[in-house]
Ligand binder design. Sequence first.
Ligand SMILES: Cc1cc2nc3c(=O)[nH]c(=O)nc-3n(C[C@H](O)[C@H](O)[C@H](O)COP(=O)(O)O)c2cc1C
Length: 348
Amino acid sequence: MPRDIVESSSARARLDQLWARGRAFLGTDVALMGGAMSWVSERHLVSAISNAGGFGVIACGSMMPDQLAAEIAATQALTRKPFGVNLITMHPYLNDLVRVCLEAKVGHVVLAGGIPPGPAVRAVKDGGAKLVCFAPALVLAKRLVRSGADALVIEGSEAGGHIGPVSLTVLAQEILPHIKDVPVFVAGGLGRGEAILSYLEMGASGAQLGTRFAAAAESIAHANFKQAFVRGAARDAVPSVQLDERFPVIPVRGLANAGTKLFLQHQAATLARFQSGELSKEAAQLDIEHFWAGALRRAVIEGDVEHGSVMAGQSVGLVTAIQPVADIIAELVGQATAALAARGPWVG
Ligand SMILES: Cc1cc2nc3c(=O)[nH]c(=O)nc-3n(C[C@H](O)[C@H](O)[C@H](O)COP(=O)(O)O)c2cc1C
């Protein structure tokens, strides 16, 4: 067999060994999760990721239980491969949503948006599904494992959407050496296979990507949304800015646009109305929170990328074209295996 073929198949074997735990946990060919993205991660993108050998995750977002049941059934009609469902812990119908997942035999439930409540954790586990949680720090990672998480995602502040304050570079060093009982998936700012490989070598079991998949051909996001991703540079994907600490703003990373500028003006105007006594503190806080209501849908579905919320990670700078999901996955795997092959033959 020609030497380059031997080296690339040995590199793939090495990669498969590095992420074996993640593949076994997800039941997939590659340990790559498509991070759930509200409005974006629906039946088409989720099934495309799973059919391409990765692990798609439906974003429940604010869906009601019957809508989620319909989305799961539609996804199951498009793929026979495993996929998961991401539920936001503060959803008022969280327990019903868990029940919907279990009734539909969804194998993996991701609980996002804070420490998951005990009853939801127990329901997922008792129902036989695997529980995936987000760990924003080592103490919380340990606590989540003790309370029953079967896998963790550590998501750095480079990510798109709602973010914590710490980069993946630091979170990985803080958490990966110490969490061995469950597989850990890394997320945030990942757009190339070499970077994914480096985290696998630090002890991660797989990776989760959002931004690159949002711009995939199978993503139902509006053409304007995808084009904004192709045009966007890493530095354009910035966290939302809080003007006054008395009025907290949940940090969300997205592309700077007219909406992000108006948000600052809106906060300033609301602050002035509060200071003049026109608005109570609670009313002012609500006014600020309502600014972005419906804004992600406006960008993703309606294509208003100027006034909508164009959530994107810093990895947006690595989106150079609208590609089929299978090509994105092949590219990531190819980059990781090329990096391994360049080191010479591996004796496994
Ligand atoms: C448009 C968009 C919407 C997102 N919505 C959600 C969500 O509803 N729930 C969630 O847990 N994460 C959400 N995320 C985060 C992703 O699941 C993923 O962890 C993140 O995109 C990874 O970073 P990357 O974008 O640099 O790949 C969203 C990200 C984007 C870009």
